[in-house]
Design a protein around this ligand. Sequence first.
Ligand SMILES: [Zn+2]
Length: 65
Amino acid sequence: MTADTPAGPEAPPPCPICGKPAAPAFRPFCSKRCADVDLQRWLSGRYAIPGRPEDAVADGEEPEA
Ligand SMILES: [Zn+2]
């Protein structure tokens, strides 16, 4: 873990959702709202994952790069 934050040694990384400075209570997010947004994205991402239909043969073609 290399600290390459130009803002300072104690400066947390910016919120990955909106880019604002992260809050210690919600880091790496700036607020509970952004944490919830990320959580929803994560959950929806999981649910959006296709169930790997092994009957369907994807012959070297990946639409989701
Ligand atoms: Zn944020």
